[in-house]
Design a protein around this ligand. Structure first.
Ligand SMILES: Cc1cc2nc3c(=O)[nH]c(=O)nc-3n(C[C@H](O)[C@H](O)[C@H](O)COP(=O)(O)OP(=O)(O)OC[C@H]3O[C@@H](n4cnc5c(N)ncnc54)[C@H](O)[C@@H]3O)c2cc1C
Ligand code: SF4
Ligand code: SF4
Length: 356
């Protein structure tokens, strides 16, 4: 896109992939501004309907983060000669996650499940452009900002169908790689990395296993999942996210069950944000129940507000690679028992919030 090849995608200090411009090559043509979602508003859809949904297939439910609706959507596109682009865990031992394109239902497993780390789009956007230029239908799944990027890059081609999710933010690939390298000393070379392990008990589980042992973390109470859940390691952009709004960038938004009627890790909340989104969802052979949009707005944390900054974030990023792992773990990566004062402060905050 840049006529002088002045833009390159590189890792920033926190480990996120960001575009960098070489000023000595830039000719100020502004072509990049035209294609950049930061400068061009793409969240132009609105929530039409909200649903609770789940796949009827036990196998899909078992291997999905929540209700498996992603897999059901993917199947429709692939069965009809289309393509699906989504995030795949390429190398569990170091936590490498990249977007890839699939054209076969047998490959849906490669994209299933949430990976709570930034997925790289390097090289995949031009591949997506080639597909739609060749007249192929493409379903793209990603964070809302990635969906905005692809809509901008493909100039809203009608062959592009966009699926995002309610987004807490993405974790730093550099921190995940560091964490896995530390855990490797206890559990050996890691071959399984599961951010949403399902073990038939209620709760959120993170699971890693290697050739010497394994580790299961319940309710993200420590380690990498704790750092992710407490926004210690999410990208700077996530703390000021402009996609945490009812104006959606996608045709369909996926999420965990968040209608306020209790947890169920085999059900998803689904928002249909365009006419074709409603049509597609209602044509799927799945469990689908319409619910009030208000119930989702009340209970879905990050649908309308970005993550709150973690006050330890800067200190953590400055020190995690230089200090002793045990010390870092104790200081930043484990849930602390709440003091009586903190508990009282949180109660007071909740009361004040209700009053205003
Ligand atoms: C980084 C992240 C943050 C999330 N935050 C929230 C939240 O705050 N609240 C909430 O209700 N739900 C959130 N979700 C969505 C939730 O975790 C499930 O993805 C959702 O319930 C759909 O589940 P499923 O069973 O239909 O799909 P699954 O089979 O789990 O498919 C997940 C889809 O997401 C894509 N994906 C996975 N990881 C990434 C990634 N790192 N980057 C881009 N795309 C990815 C995959 O390509 C796949 O298409 C988040 C997901 C991710 C990846
Ligand atoms: S302004 Fe033009 S030359 Fe400069 S980085 Fe952007 S596209 Fe490249
Ligand atoms: S929180 Fe916002 S900026 Fe961060 S990954 Fe999600 S959509 Fe992008």
């Amino acid at each position: 896109m840049c006529p002088t090849k002045a833009i390159s995608l590189k890792e920033d200090v926190k480990g996120f992939i960001r575009p960098f411009v070489d000023d000595s090559k830039c000719i100020d043509c502004n072509k990049c501004i035209k294609f950049c979602h930061e400068y061009n508003k793409r969240n132009t859809n609105y929530i039409h309907n909200a649903y609770l949904a789940s796949s009827k297939s036990k196998e899909i439910l078992e291997h999905s983060s929540s209700g498996g609706v992603f897999s059901e959507l993917a199947r429709v596109f692939l069965d009809n000669g289309g393509y699906v682009c989504g995030a795949s865990l390429i190398e569990p031992s170091v936590g490498t996650v990249k977007h890839i394109v699939i054209d076969n239902v047998d490959d849906i497993y490669k994209l299933r499940k949430s990976k709570y780390v930034e997925s790289s789009l390097v090289d995949i956007l031009p591949a997506c452009l080639e597909l739609v230029k060749a007249g192929k239908v493409l379903m793209f799944v990603g964070t809302p900002c990635q969906c905005a990027a692809i809509r901008n890059f493909l100039c809203d081609d009608e062959k592009l169908f966009v699926v995002d999710f309610i987004c807490h933010g993405t974790g730093s690939p550099k921190v995940l790689k560091w964490y896995l390298s530390q855990e490797k000393t206890h559990i050996g070379k890691i071959h399984t990395l599961d951010f949403r392990y399902k073990n038939n008990e209620s709760g959120s589980y993170f699971y890693i296993s290697g050739d010497k042992g394994s580790k299961l973390i319940k309710n993200y109470s420590e380690g990498y999942p704790y750092a992710f859940a407490t926004a210690l390691i999410v990208a700077d952009d996530c703390l000021n996210c402009k996609y945490a709004t009812v104006e959606r960038v996608s045709d369909i938004t996926l999420a965990d069950k968040c209608d306020g009627t209790g947890l169920d890790f085999d059900k998803s909340t689904i928002l249909a944000n365009s006419k074709r989104g409603v049509q597609l969802l209602e044509s799927l052979v799945i469990e689908l129940k319409q619910v009030s949009i208000a119930s989702i707005l009340e209970n879905a944390w990050h649908l309308t507000s970005p993550n709150e900054p973690n006050l330890n974030r800067d200190k953590f990023f400055k020190s995690y690679t230089t200090l002793d792992y045990t010390k870092i773990y104790k200081t930043y990566l484990v849930m602390k028992p709440m003091t009586i004062w903190r508990r009282a402060a949180l109660k007071l905050k909740a009361i004040v919030k209700q009053l205003i």
